[in-house]
Design a protein around this ligand. Structure first.
Ligand SMILES: [Zn+2]
Length: 431
């Protein structure tokens, strides 16, 4: 028996250690201790964590890496970001969009990020739709890219969005987007949700709506989304993104709402890097965090995943394509510091996101696609703590990115010559 790839002595996210992972024909065929067989390539994991790849279920690839075009967001606020995007849109070209997206995908692969759902603004042009459709095909061998037709300026508020959204779907965009809290009235927001769900149901498509990205506790469009999800029987094919108003809602109403969301079966995505920076602009002190109620949603059985949303674009000058940075922020902003909650934050950028995106064959188990990341860390919690180095990124059984292990050389008399950050957790803490 000869395998294409054999990873030896891996620790898995569920805590199993000493595992060998065998790959044939782009699939994992065995996960067990001490596999005795030849392989085309052997990787010694040295007891470190092997995870399925990271997934970003909420991103804006039409805007990424545009930082500074035509100017930088000096204030760092949402309002200046929106103004800047308005200035940038007339300057977009097909080739520049493709080039920026491909460059971002290079960065993503290096970070072990192999599946991305990106919203594309279709409010007044389909130039980004055509560019991202091209990118989706070009990156297919290494990234699963899902695209959402997103009427950023409002499905009804933007004069051409109704027609352009339909045209974007006709051209091959596979998910219906929306932004009900940005319509002119609550009623227009409700109507936009109903109309967008009807389109999704008629065309057999998934739905992912920017929902209640607001500090207004009365922004309750997610309630309409839950009801429409039940009415159309769409279940986990629906995702509500952001849901930041839930942070500010009355607790009694929130308890009713979370039960409705759980009943509907829809997914929720929080974007902690962006929610913590863009929400609460009118607050003095105390300042709200703006993150939706992640622990409470999880406790109710809702599939919650975490997105990056932005990376070096008009809304956010930072970002690095690192989903561990996103999980790290969620741990802190959501005060999810119990051992179980931190492990869940790792799942929220891996398995939960795979469920949100409906990916097949995702995981480290026989029959799954041979997509994996070897991390310089012993556990998911340590991976988050260190934003651990991706030592090897594997797609379809082939290593497509490598990064040398992080190690500092130390010049201190009587102290070690090399510092490996992953070697510093007291052993008892890992037991
Ligand atoms: Zn977004």
């Amino acid at each position: 028996m000869t395998f294409d790839l054999l990873i030896r002595n891996a620790t898995l996210a569920d805590g199993r250690s000493g595992q060998d992972i065998a790959v044939s024909a782009e699939r994992i065929v065995a996960v067990e201790r001490a596999i005795t067989a030849e392989a085309g390539e052997v990787i010694d994991a040295e007891g470190q964590l092997v995870s399925p790849p990271f997934i970003d279920p909420h991103f804006h690839m039409d805007a990424t890496l545009s930082l500074g075009i035509p100017r930088i967001n000096r204030s760092g606020t949402l309002l200046e970001g929106i103004a800047l995007w308005g200035e940038l849109k007339p300057l977009l070209t097909h080739d520049a969009l493709v080039e920026r997206a491909l460059r971002y995908c290079d960065l993503a692969v290096a970070q072990g990020l192999l599946a991305i759902r990106s919203h594309i603004d279709i409010s007044d042009s389909l130039i980004a739709v055509d560019a991202l459709l091209e990118v989706r095909e070009r990156v297919k061998p290494y990234i699963d890219l899902q695209l959402v037709a997103f009427p950023q300026d409002g499905y009804y508020r933007s004069p051409r969005a109704v027609d352009l959204l339909k045209e974007a779907l006709d051209r091959g965009i596979e998910i219906v987007g929306g932004i009900p809290h940005f319509e002119r009235t609550m009623e227009a927001g409700r109507q936009s949700v109903a109309a967008l769900f009807r389109i999704a149901a008629d065309r057999g498509l998934r739905v992912d709506i920017h929902c209640d990205e607001s500090d207004d506790p009365l922004s309750r469009h997610v309630e309409t989304m839950a009801a429409e999800t039940v009415r159309f029987g769409l279940g986990d094919r629906v995702t509500a993104s952001h849901c930041t108003s839930m942070h500010s809602m009355d607790n009694y109403y929130a308890s009713k709402l979370i039960a409705l969301i759980a009943e509907s079966g829809m997914n929720v995505i929080a974007n902690p890097l962006i929610n913590i920076t863009l929400q609460g602009p009118h607050d003095t002190y105390p300042k709200r965090r703006g993150l939706t109620r992640v622990p409470e949603l999880l406790a109710a059985g809702v599939n919650v995943s975490l997105g990056q949303d932005c990376c070096m674009d008009p809304w956010y000058s930072l970002g690095s394509g690192d989903m561990l940075e996103v999980a790290h922020m969620a741990v802190h902003v959501g005060q999810m510091t119990s051992q179980d909650a931190m492990a869940t934050c790792f799942e929220a950028v891996t398995t939960h996101s795979a469920k949100t995106m409906g990916l097949d064959g995702y995981g480290i188990a026989p029959g799954c696609r041979a997509d994996m990341v070897l991390l310089q860390a012993a556990s998911p919690v340590e991976a988050i703590r260190l934003r651990a180095t991706r030592l090897a990124v594997i797609r379809a059984g082939r290593v497509i990115a490598r990064t040398p292990a992080r190690a500092a050389s130390l010049s201190l008399p009587g102290r070690p010559a090399v510092v490996n950050p992953a070697a510093y957790a007291p052993r008892i803490a890992r037991a």
